[in-house]
Design a protein around this ligand. Structure first.
Ligand SMILES: NC(=O)c1ccc[n+]([C@@H]2O[C@H](COP(=O)([O-])OP(=O)(O)OC[C@H]3O[C@@H](n4cnc5c(N)ncnc54)[C@H](O)[C@@H]3O)[C@@H](O)[C@H]2O)c1
Length: 367
């Protein structure tokens, strides 16, 4: 009989709320402690979610009761905090993007491999009932062989609602590094690894203004492209067009369409866990309601923990996130160089989850 896996959460900002609601509801996990650079924020988070302790990051990493660290810090700290967790002997779940550059991301994955530890990475939205229902239908051949895709994310940008949005307009952010992981990881699930990209990019404004929270009204600099258009070619053949923009007054988000030899599938928003799938065939079509669990952010942490205990590969793997980071940085390189850029890494897309995968069940190993 093995106890639930002890989890420590580092970074108790905006997205930690949704994570902690879910992580504290999964019987296979026990959230033991939270930590943040801001101790008051960590303490308030622990109190809100009934977590036994809030502490410094070092104290959390030294806790022998924690086997898995959930890193919800800003992108610039993802590699540093995750490396420290691996050094401390913990498995890691990290928010996206995996890192700011390939060197840091590779160093993290290599150290984890040497230590026999796992690094898994967001997004886990693709493990939700919505996307997984679509994924199982495509795997079953509903549209034949996937060949082309269209992915669109266009919005005015997150500075209106995020109280500390600067990181979303610095390296590691922008619509490509912030939103790209959902869309590009989704495309890799369906069309396989990316072999080459060609892209253009620009920036409508050099500064933005915080729209909410205690610092509302403050202006801050934008140092990344805020509109990116990319042509993505896949190793297996086939291609996708993708638009990632924080420069649009029109909200057109969550759009992913994949066409195959028999028809077209319009997928749910890859940044959500639910949503219907529309299947268009040349002689009709159907709508697929999501089949599966209703949990949200934190699902990937649980899937990682169960995979560790089962001795199986986790689905939201560090290598998948590394490949998507590689593709996103290749898109940046293509914008800078004005030519197509090859993507050096490759990855095998993970298998679909079974429709009856239940996050609230108690695994035999956790009883
Ligand atoms: N906000 C969202 O809607 C959202 C959604 C999905 C994913 N994410 C991802 O989650 C991550 C966090 O985003 P957020 O919106 O919660 O940001 P946030 O700024 O609200 O919170 C980040 C927290 O991390 C803490 N932190 C930063 N560096 C640290 C360090 N070295 N050690 C300990 N704590 C540290 C900060 O003090 C802050 O409390 C980002 O990678 C983001 O891309 C955010």
């Amino acid at each position: 009989m093995t106890a639930p896996l002890g989890v420590g959460v580092v970074g108790t900002g905006v997205i930690s709320e949704e994570y902690l609601r879910n992580l504290t509801s999964f019987p296979d996990l026990r959230v033991v402690a939270v930590a943040d650079l801001d101790p008051a924020r960590a303490a308030a988070s622990a109190a809100r979610h009934g977590v036994p302790r809030s502490s410094t990051v070092d104290e959390l990493l030294a806790d022998p009761g924690i086997g898995l660290v959930v890193n919800l810090t800003v992108p610039a700290a993802h590699v540093e905090v995750s490396l420290a967790a691996i050094e401390a002997g913990k498995h890691v779940w990290v928010e996206k993007p995996l890192g700011l550059d390939l060197r840091g991301a590779r160093a993290l994955l290599d150290l984890a491999a040497r230590r026999g530890l796992r690094v898994a990475c967001a997004p886990d939205t693709l493990l939700g009932a919505g996307w997984q229902t679509a994924r199982r239908a495509v795997d079953a051949g509903v549209i034949g062989e996937p060949r082309t895709a269209l992915a669109l994310f266009q919005s005015p940008g997150p500075e209106s609602w995020h109280p500390a949005p600067e990181f979303l307009f610095q390296p590691g952010g922008g619509p490509l590094l912030d939103m790209g992981p959902y869309y590009l990881t989704g495309l890799v699930h369906l069309l396989g690894p990316i072999r080459r990209v060609t892209a253009t990019g620009g920036r409508a404004r050099d500064t933005r203004v915080i729209g909410s929270g205690p610092r509302a009204g403050a202006e801050f600099p934008v140092t990344v492209h805020t509109a990116v258009s990319a042509l993505v070619e896949f190793e297996r053949g086939g291609s996708a067009q993708a638009v990632f923009s924080f420069d649009s007054a029109v909200h057109r988000t969550g759009f992913v369409e994949v066409s195959g030899t028999l028809g077209t599938v319009v997928l749910p928003d890859p940044n959500r866990f639910d949503g219907e799938t529309a299947v268009h065939l040349f002689d009709g079509g159907q709508t697929l309601a999501p089949q599966g669990h209703g949990a949200t952010r934190g699902t990937g942490v649980l899937e990682l923990a169960r995979s560790i205990r089962a001795g199986e590969p986790e689905r939201a793997s560090g290598e998948l996130a590394y490949h998507v980071l590689d593709a996103m940085l290749a898109i940046e390189d293509s914008i800078a160089l004005g030519r197509p850029v090859d993507v050096g890494s490759t990855v095998e897309p993970p298998p679909a989850l079974l429709a009856d995968w239940d996050p609230h069940a108690v695994s035999p190993a956790a009883r």
